[in-house]
Design a protein. Structure first.
Lengths: 336, 295, 541
């Protein structure tokens, strides 16, 4: 097991280095530069432009810049944003909990509805329910989520007035962030209604971001279940006269869980990508929106730092999924 | 791709169609998709107006069934008086074109990389796979955004970015199936018979890796359309006045409270076309993936 | 969305909010009901020291609320009045400005800083020397970029800043510069505390000066959550007297339609930059008061006058003549704009009413173009900005309309767009043929438009038409040197006439600024510079 663990980590190191290089090079390939963006319509003279670029250190050869960037990264320093002058890491860390909270809620929502829907559809194969689930999930899977978000806003916030339009909590509530998770912080704050307010702000973004993972999980669960249900030991169990519910619940479900866990792991990247759109639509103060803004502003340190951090999150989640998978299924850890 | 399949005995193809036909959803998807293709192909003749014609006397006219609407503009008009129906019909061309181009670029690139990795083994294999790992570690839309930002916003740059982002999927898939095919006797046989590496790659091994690639391609088509629409929505995809659906949505967003139709219809067009392709993909997978067949 | 349902939801929502507000107050201090004003702003501030930054969101959150300047623009006007300086004298030669400072001005008390003295000349000298002197101990703190100070040309202009006594400061300039006083009313000239700076330097945390601001202004910063909310409380010791509201909250909401929805729901009192598309709905909403004013800006199409055929004034006039500006006002500005005939907006003094605009005349344009030797038209590019700006809400839509107008006179135009930074860089370098651009005034002085954007000095930066025309340039440079207002007015009026003969730009529109607010909001005035001030604002239930 240890060897399996170490080999996975060993694979990650070159990937991590690769990501630092990509993040670093990409941003320098971008046309335009931060100095130009700050000057706006007024423009700057070439001399002043050169002076400012030199002040940020952007005039040095790229490998020198990369070496110092990498050195700093290894010491946990991602540099300072050009726009706000604040450390990139601290900016990321103040915004990341919002993205994390939204992503966790979305994946929980997807599991909560997707798993049972998949199991039920598989156990009632061919019924109207099965067809209904399949049709609904395929629609969900095909949904342009930015449009879906707009429709939900029109319906629930605009016409019905049930949910708030944007933000994380009503402004009437004010407390210092402790964990950064609004649901938890609002409970800790002991203010009446704060939790409900935070919750109601989360509902629509959760649904929007959770739609595609929900569809994927339901479909994966269904097909994994079907596969398992057709295997011998399940047929034996059925033949022994065990009630279908027990067969499904105990034997098949546990075995079907493995591909489902993988799917959930694979959805992390999808979630983070979806978070960019969801945060844009709901004015959710998370890292996705921040990164887009940084790209538009040519804020080199923020973009390279942000890309690196997000990629690291994806890699860590994938590693964890890999490890759990290895724990469940011995064939994998002894394989190639 | 189709040529390779057709040169083989007709038997599997006919059998495939047989199973495909039984899947009503897939069949419905196919019909809708064909309808889309036809509408898109003949849009210059079918559409009531040119997609760029601005009728400045009829700005933001609602669809015909609503008060104030008229049958002159069945689905209403947008902010500068362009006919929405005509724009959506023409938009179909762009979406189909986008899906196709993205698949061709990403699949050919991916297949090439995957085959190289599988055949070369060793250092080259590791290098290619590590590079792909790096690309896969960055969420797809984010990577596409950065690439478009580098190349500058625009339809072709955005297509290239999306294709690049999905290339690793095809490469991994190809490498995986090619590796397992390479173990098989028929490959050894033709290698012993003196077939060149190129022949081995493209004639012997590749056709046998085709089924999963075809499934991936249909799914890739829908993700390509969705991601391009998302890029358009963020202002980084096709540029106005191109009637690309995502770009139309981005342009229409400010009217969300005032003119629901300019927001609703382009989105609906995206949803329906993607849904149709996904239905077809589902049917195809059932046909091509023997494990799930008739289970 | 039916009216009655909507109204009902609205009332329900208000009731809920009101009861929640009462609960919150009861749970909190238990004091008399505090007046809390919520402002739905469009973005986060870049930071909390206005000297570093250029964005309006930053100035709203800092200079307008926390800080004061030596001279300040009168509330809702472009004229100057006293601020932290009660009065000032300008020497005969126009090179020496002496400011007599206000006494009894208290600094904010925060958790990092308790002031031991009131505002004095040291603070003024510190504020400007930090930006001017490269060897000043604070110059490099926070990245050392003083974008506005530098780009207004002050490092070259100011030769000396002296403290005469505790309440008198003298600025000496290299040459007379009439707009100097107006520059000191700008946001970057906000006065910071020298005592706070010294304390933080000694504590080894100089960056706190910029991050945890201490000012003399009407509001004091309480808390900031990036991309979410900024909270202020009224400064009880403000030198003009405490503000009418007790708490001020900026709800950061980047999406315009979302801001509108929040306003409708009563979740904020005032919002910025509404969608032009929503204006109709706002006008008809009984709970919303829609204020409007012509903005201090100009949106234009510039010709690259160094490139053929745009070096010919006839061609420029012909193309200008072909543009249907009225249609653009309707479709692009959705009515929230007025046709522009001069390069400065009518709210600025010296605006020349007598100038006649180029008429919209397709046939006339064809004729003129034929006279210039282009009877069959030609092919060219229109560069369109990729971003929404106050002076042009949708440049691409505008470009599409101009493209179709020009097609009628045989000019085939391609629309070109680049990412914003790239766009700015390439247009400054003159790679374009024609471009959409615009400008929002900084200090309300005509010089800030007529010389900054069209003078020969600005070719290569802000003069993107690259128009250097000697007779014009002489006039606007001369107008900088004289201090007599009447003489300056005469010169600027003449400059506008020359501009219109030459047409280096097709002046398209001055946008109208709209500020939707709840009916209960009293005393708000639109700031012509685009900022937001809340000192005078009150809420009446």
């Amino acid at each position: 097991m240890l060897r399996f663990f170490l080999s996975r980590i060993a694979v990650l190191i070159p990937t991590f280095l690769g990501v630092t290089l990509v993040a670093f090079l990409f941003i320098r390939l971008l046309p335009g530069d931060p100095v130009e963006m700050m000057a706006g319509e007024r423009g700057t003279s070439p001399e002043r432009h050169a002076e400012l670029m030199a002040r940020f250190g952007f005039d040095r050869p790229w490998w020198e810049q990369y070496a110092s960037f990498l050195g700093n990264v290894l010491q946990g320093d991602l540099g300072n944003s050009i726009v706000t002058k604040a450390p990139v890491l601290s900016e990321f860390l103040t915004l990341f909990p919002a993205t994390l909270e939204l992503s966790i809620c979305a994946i929980l929502f997807a599991i909560l509805f997707g798993l049972p829907a998949g199991v039920l559809a598989a156990s009632r194969r061919g019924t109207i329910f099965d067809h209904g689930v399949m049709a609904a999930t395929l629609t969900g899977y095909s949904m342009p989520i930015f449009w879906w978000g707009l429709l939900l806003i029109i319906l629930f916030s605009g016409i019905l007035g049930w949910t708030p339009v944007s933000g994380r909590i009503d402004l009437l509530y004010f407390f210092e962030p402790v964990t950064g998770f609004m649901l938890i912080d609002s409970l800790l704050s002991d203010q009446d209604g704060a939790f409900m307010s935070a919750f109601s702000h989360l509902v629509l973004p959760t649904i929007v971001l959770g739609t595609i993972p929900l569809a994927v999980i339901a479909r994966q669960t269904r097909s994994a279940m079907l596969e398992v249900l057709s295997e011998d030991y399940v047929r034996t169990a059925r033949a022994k006269g065990l009630p279908t519910r027990r067969v499904v619940g105990l034997h098949a479900f546990r075995n079907a869980l493995i591909p489902v866990v993988t799917t959930i792991g694979l959805q992390t990247g999808v979630l983070l990508a979806g978070a960019i759109l969801t945060e844009t639509i709901f004015s959710w103060p998370g890292v996705g929106k921040w990164l887009i803004d940084s790209i538009f502003r040519r804020d080199y340190p923020s973009v390279q730092g942000g890309l690196l951090l997000i990629a690291s999150v994806v890699m860590i989640v994938n590693l964890l999924v890999d490890l759990t998978y290895g724990l469940i299924d011995p064939r994998i850890r002894h394989g190639r | 791709m189709a040529a390779e399949i057709a040169t083989r005995p007709p038997h599997p193809f006919v059998e495939g169609w047989h199973y495909f036909k039984q899947n009503k959803g897939a069949l419905a998807g196919l019909i809708v998709f064909v309808a889309f293709v036809l509408i898109a192909a003949f849009s210059p003749w079918l559409a009531p107006y040119s997609p760029d014609a601005q009728d400045r006397a009829a700005v933001l006219v609602p669809p015909f069934w609503q008060e104030g609407g008229s049958t002159a503009h069945l689905l209403g008009t947008d902010a500068v008086g362009r006919d929405l129906l005509s724009r959506i019909m023409h938009g179909g061309r762009w979406s189909l074109f986008i899906g196709l181009v993205v698949i061709v670029i990403s699949m050919s690139g991916g297949i090439l990389l995957g085959l190289c990795a599988a055949f070369a083994r060793g250092f080259v294999d590791t290098l290619i796979m590590r590079v792909l790992d790096v690309l896969l570690a960055i969420p797809s839309l984010l990577l596409a955004l950065v690439v478009v930002a580098i190349l500058g916003p625009g339809l072709f740059n955005a297509m290239f970015a999306v294709a690049l982002v999905y290339m690793p999927h095809y490469a991994r898939l190809t490498r995986g199936s090619a590796m397992s095919e390479l173990q098989k006797d028929y490959v050894t046989a033709s290698r012993v018979a003196g077939a060149s590496v190129w022949r081995l790659m493209f004639r012997t091994v590749l056709p046998n890796c085709a089924p999963p690639l075809i499934v991936q391609a249909t799914l890739g088509f829908s993700t390509a359309v969705l991601d391009m629409a998302a890029l358009g929505f963020l202002g980084m995809g096709a540029q106005p006045p191109t009637p690309e659906w995502g770009t139309m949505l981005a342009d229409a967003r400010e009217f969300i409270l005032r003119a629901w139709w300019v927001v609703t219809f382009p989105g609906l067009a995206i949803l329906i076309s993607v849904l149709a392709v996904n239905l077809m993909g589902d049917g195809l997978r059932d046909v091509l993936d023997p494990k799930l067949k008739r289970s | 969305m039916s009216e009655s349902v909507h109204a009902e939801v609205h009332i329900m929502k208000k009731l809920l909010l009101a009861s929640a507000a009462m609960l919150a107050v009861a749970a909190g201090s238990g004091a008399v009901e505090a007046k809390t004003f919520v402002f739905c702003s469009e973005g986060s501030p870049e930071g909390f020291n206005p000297q570093f930054y250029t964005a309006g969101t930053t100035f709203d959150a800092t200079s307008e609320t926390i800080f004061n300047r030596l001279v300040e623009f009168n509330y809702g006007e472009t004229t100057l009045g006293p601020g932290l300086a009660e009065s000032w004298d300008i020497s005969e030669d126009g090179k020496e400005y002496t400011f007599h400072l206000r006494q009894g001005v208290k600094w904010h008390t925060t958790k990092d800083f308790t002031p031991t003295r009131e505002f004095n000349a040291d603070d003024v000298v510190f504020t400007f020397m930090r930006q001017l002197d490269k060897n000043h101990p604070f110059h490099a703190v926070g990245g050392a970029s003083y974008e506005y100070f530098d780009s207004m040309g002050l490092p070259e202009l100011i030769t000396k800043i002296e403290k005469i006594d505790d309440h008198t400061v003298k600025f000496t300039l290299k040459e007379p510069e009439a707009p100097f006083l107006a520059n000191l009313g700008m946001d970057f000239a906000s006065i910071l505390s020298a005592e706070y700076a010294d304390q933080m330097m000694q504590a080894g945390t100089p960056e706190k000066l910029d991050n945890n601001p201490v000012g003399t202004g009407p509001f004091q910063l309480v808390a900031y959550q990036k991309d979410a909310v900024i909270r202020y409380q009224a400064n009880p010791d403000f030198w003009k007297g405490k503000a009418k509201i007790d708490n001020l909250i900026f709800a950061i909401t980047p999406d315009a339609s979302v801001r509108f929805q929040k306003l409708q729901a009563g979740e904020c009192h005032l919002m910025t930059y509404p969608n032009p598309a929503d204006l109709e709905g706002m006008k008809s909403d009984p709970n919303i008061n829609l204020m409007q004013q012509e903005g201090l800006n100009i949106g234009y199409l510039g010709y690259n006058t160094e490139k053929k055929p745009f070096d010919d004034a006839k061609v420029r006039t012909a193309l200008t003549m072909a543009i249907d500006k009225a249609a653009i006002i309707d479709a692009v500005y959705q009515g929230a704009g007025t046709v522009a005939k001069n390069p400065i907006p009518p709210t600025i003094w010296s605006y020349n009413e007598a100038v006649e605009d180029v008429p919209y005349d397709t046939e006339g344009a064809k004729k003129l173009l034929a006279e210039a030797g282009f009877a069959d038209g030609f092919e060219t590019d229109i560069w369109a900005m990729p971003v929404q700006r106050p002076y042009n809400p949708n440049a691409r839509r505008m470009a599409e309309m101009i493209q179709s107008d020009w097609a009628k006179i045989g000019v085939r135009a391609n629309i070109v767009s680049f990412e914003w930074g790239e766009y700015l860089k390439r247009t400054a370098a003159g790679e374009h043929q024609t471009l959409l651009m615009g400008w929002t005034g900084d200090n309300g002085d005509p010089d800030n438009f007529l010389h900054t954007l069209l003078g020969c000095d600005a070719v290569g930066s802000a003069n993107r038409a690259r128009w250097c025309y000697k007779p014009y340039d002489d006039i606007v440079v001369q107008a900088k040197r004289v201090t007599d207002q009447e003489e300056r007015t005469r010169l600027y009026e003449e400059a506008q006439v020359i501009f219109k003969e030459q047409n280096p730009w097709a002046t398209i529109a001055h946008s109208v600024v709209f500020k939707p607010m709840l009916k209960s909001v009293k005393g708000f005035k639109i700031d012509p510079f685009g900022g937001h001030q809340f000192y005078q604002v009150d809420i009446e239930e």
